[in-house]
Design a protein around this ligand. Structure first.
Ligand code: TNX
Length: 541
C-alpha cells in the first residue's frame, strides 16, 4: 500500500537513486481506499497560463500525492524503455512524436537495461500480480526523473495520457511553443473502475471517412477509453465491404440520410481503423445491426425480402422498415457469410449484432433469430454484444447486453449477463444540449454537460449490482450529424464526463469540482482546433 508518507519517501529516493524505481513499484499493492485525491481546488489558478496540476486530470486518478516543484523537460531528455520490447518502444515513440512537434526536442526513445540518469523519462514494465489491472499504472515525477510503471503495455499507454495532460495545453498547439516545459512533481497510482469504457460512432446514417474515425479514436485514447463501437450498418447505409455480398456496400452504401453522399470502408480501410485503435489499446466492436435496421441490405438484395422485392434505399430518419425475412434459408446464409467475414477482419473478441427496435417479426421469430446470430458469432470465435432487446433471448451468459432503454438489460443481468450502460437520457451524444442546439435529437431529453456527468452507473438499473456492470458507453448517432465539426460539437465536452464515470471511483468526484477541471480542458480542445460546445455551466477560461 502506498501512503502519502510512502510516496514522499519514494520521491526522495528517486531523486538520488533513480535506478531503484523498479524495486519500489509493486504491481500487487492495493490503491489505498479513501485517500483524498481532490486536493486544492484548481479554481484560483484557472487561467490559460496556469500550468495543469495533478488535480486537473480527467479522468480523475485513484490516488494522487502532489509534491513541490516539477520535472523540466529539456532538449536533452530521452524516453528510456526496456530493451527487447518493441511494443513499449512504440508507446515511447507515440509520446515522443506528439511532443516533438510542439517542443522541437528530439526526445529519442532509448531501449536500455537500466534506469536512466536524471533529466529523462523512464517507462518500465513489471510483470507479476496484476492488482492494478492491465490498464493501471504508477507515475512518479521528481525534479530528476519521470518514472512510469505498469504491469502491461496498456497500463503504460494509459499513463502516457496522464503525462500528456500534465503539460500545459499549449503543448497540443500546432505552433511550436517556447520551453521550459514543466511536469508537476508527485505520485499517481491509478486504475479504472470499469473494464468497458467506450463510445460509439454511427457511420451508417452519415458516413465518416477513415481520417474522421482516427480522430475519434484519438479522442477516446486521450480520455483513457478502451472500446470503440462502430455502428456499420443501418436502414440508411451499409458501410463495410463484404466480399461474398458486394452489393451491400456498393448499393446499400451509396447514400445516406437526406440523400447525402454515402461511402463504405474497403477491407483494407477497415483493417487500418482496427490497427490504429489497437495501437492505442482500444478494442473495436463492429456492429452489424440485425434483424431490424436492415433496409440497406434489403434494398441491395431482393432475395432477402419475404416477398422477393427490394424496397428503395431509405434516406429518411424514421425507423420501422421491414426486418430481414426470418423464415428464409437465404437469410441464414446471409447472416453466416456476413458474420464470418466481419469476424475474420476483427481481431477483438466482440461482435455486436444490434437486435434493437424490431417490429415486423413475431416475438418467437425475433428470439430465434437472435439465438441463431449468437450461435453463428460463437462458431466464428466471437462473443456477441447486442442492444437491450436481446436480453429476452436465450443466450449463453457470455453475451453482453447494452442497455439504452427498456427492460431487457435488467432481465439479462438477472440471468447472469454482463451489462454495458448507455442510458439514453445521460449518454446519448446525439441528444441536443438544450432547445437551441442546432443539431441532434431530443427524444431522450436535453443533455447538458452536467446531466451527462452527474450520475453513477450503480444507480441506473434497479437490481443490477456493480459486479454485473461491465462499463459505460456513449453512442453518437448521426441522423442529424453530417460534418466533423458537428461531430466535435456533440462529443465535447460530454465525452470527457462519460470517460470519467467509467474510469474514476464514485467517491471523490463531483460536479462542483469537475467543472473546474473541465474548464481547463477547453483550453486544450481550443489548441486542438476543436469546435466544442461552450456550455454556460462550465467556467471556461
Ligand atoms: C435509438 S439506441 C436507436 C437508434 C437511433 C437513436 C437516435 C438504439 C439501439 N436505437 O437507431 O439512431 O435512437 O437517438
Amino acid at each position: 500500500m502506498l501512503t502519502k508518507r510512502h510516496a514522499a519517501a519514494w520521491i526522495r529516493i528517486l531523486m538520488v537513486f533513480p535506478a531503484a524505481v523498479p524495486l519500489l513499484i509493486s504491481c500487487g499493492s492495493e490503491i489505498p481506499a479513501g485517500e483524498p485525491t481532490a486536493g486544492p481546488s484548481v479554481t484560483p489558478s484557472n487561467t490559460p497560463e496556469a500550468p495543469p496540476t495533478m488535480h486537473s486530470l480527467i479522468p480523475k486518478p485513484a490516488f494522487v500525492h502532489t509534491l513541490d516543484g516539477g520535472f523540466a523537460l529539456t532538449e536533452s531528455a530521452a524516453i528510456y524503455v526496456p530493451s527487447g520490447n518493441p511494443e513499449i518502444e512504440d508507446i515511447g515513440r507515440y509520446l515522443s512524436t506528439i511532443w516533438q512537434g510542439d517542443t522541437g526536442f528530439a526526445l529519442p526513445v532509448i531501449p536500455s537495461e537500466a534506469a536512466p540518469d536524471s533529466g529523462n523519462l523512464y517507462f518500465t514494465l513489471e510483470g507479476g500480480d496484476p492488482a492494478l489491472g492491465d490498464e493501471g499504472y504508477t507515475l512518479a515525477i521528481s525534479p530528476d526523473l519521470v518514472a512510469l510503471a505498469a504491469c502491461s503495455p496498456a497500463g503504460l499507454f494509459r499513463g502516457v495520457q496522464t503525462l500528456r495532460q500534465l503539460l500545459p495545453a499549449a503543448i497540443e498547439s500546432p505552433e511550436r511553443q517556447p520551453a521550459p516545459w514543466v511536469i508537476p512533481a508527485g505520485v499517481i497510482r491509478d486504475k479504472p473502475r470499469f473494464a468497458w469504457r467506450g463510445a460509439m460512432l454511427d457511420v451508417a446514417r452519415h458516413f465518416f471517412g477513415v481520417d474522421d474515425v482516427k480522430a475519434f479514436i484519438d479522442w477516446l485514447a486521450f480520455y483513457k477509453m478502451n472500446r470503440f463501437h462502430l455502428h456499420l450498418t443501418d436502414d440508411q447505409g451499409w458501410r463495410l465491404m463484404i466480399r461474398s455480398w458486394p452489393l451491400l456496400a456498393q448499393t446499400g452504401g451509396s447514400t445516406a440520410v437526406g440523400g447525402d453522399p454515402g461511402g463504405f470502408y474497403t477491407r483494407e480501410e477497415y483493417a487500418e481503423i482496427i490497427a490504429y485503435a489497437q495501437s492505442r489499446y482500444i478494442t473495436v466492436v463492429p456492429e452489424i445491426d440485425m434483424p431490424g435496421h436492415a433496409n440497406a441490405a434489403l434494398s441491395s438484395y431482393p432475395e432477402l425480402n419475404c416477398d422477393g422485392v427490394a424496397p428503395p434505399l431509405h434516406t429518411g430518419i424514421d425507423t420501422g422498415s421491414q426486418a430481414l425475412c426470418a423464415g428464409k434459408d437465404i437469410t441464414q446464409t446471409f447472416v453466416d457469410d456476413v458474420i464470418r467475414e466481419v469476424a475474420e477482419l476483427t481481431p477483438g473478441p466482440y461482435l455486436h449484432i444490434g437486435g434493437d427496435e424490431v417490429s415486423t417479426l413475431s416475438p418467437g421469430e425475433y428470439l430465434s433469430f437472435v439465438a441463431f446470430a449468437q450461435r453463428t458469432a460463437e462458431a466464428y470465435g466471437k462473443q456477441v454484444v447486442g442492444w437491450d432487446e436481446i436480453g429476452a433471448a436465450d443466450l449463453p451468459t457470455t453475451a453482453v447486453v447494452q442497455y439504452w432503454s427498456g427492460p431487457g438489460a435488467v432481465a439479462a443481468a438477472r440471468k447472469g449477463h454482463p451489462v454495458v450502460l448507455s442510458p439514453a437520457s445521460r449518454t446519448y451524444l446525439d441528444m441536443k444540449y438544450n432547445p437551441s442546439t442546432e443539431w441532434g435529437l431530443n427524444w431522450a431529453g436535453y443533455i447538458e454537460v452536467r446531466t451527462a456527468y452527474e450520475w453513477d452507473p450503480a444507480d441506473i438499473l434497479d437490481g443490477v449490482a456493480e459486479e454485473q456492470i461491465l462499463g459505460v458507453e456513449a453512442p453518437l448517432w448521426t441522423e442529424t450529424i453530417r460534418t466533423r465539426g458537428q461531430m466535435e460539437y456533440m462529443i465535447f465536452p460530454r465525452l470527457a464526463g462519460i470517460a470519467e464515470i467509467g474510469w474514476s471511483a464514485a467517491d471523490g468526484r463531483g460536479w462542483d469540482e469537475y467543472r473546474f477541471r473541465l474548464a481547463r480542458h477547453g483550453v486544450r480542445w481550443a489548441a486542438w482546433g476543436l469546435h466544442f460546445y461552450r456550455s454556460p455551466q462550465v467556467p471556461w477560461i
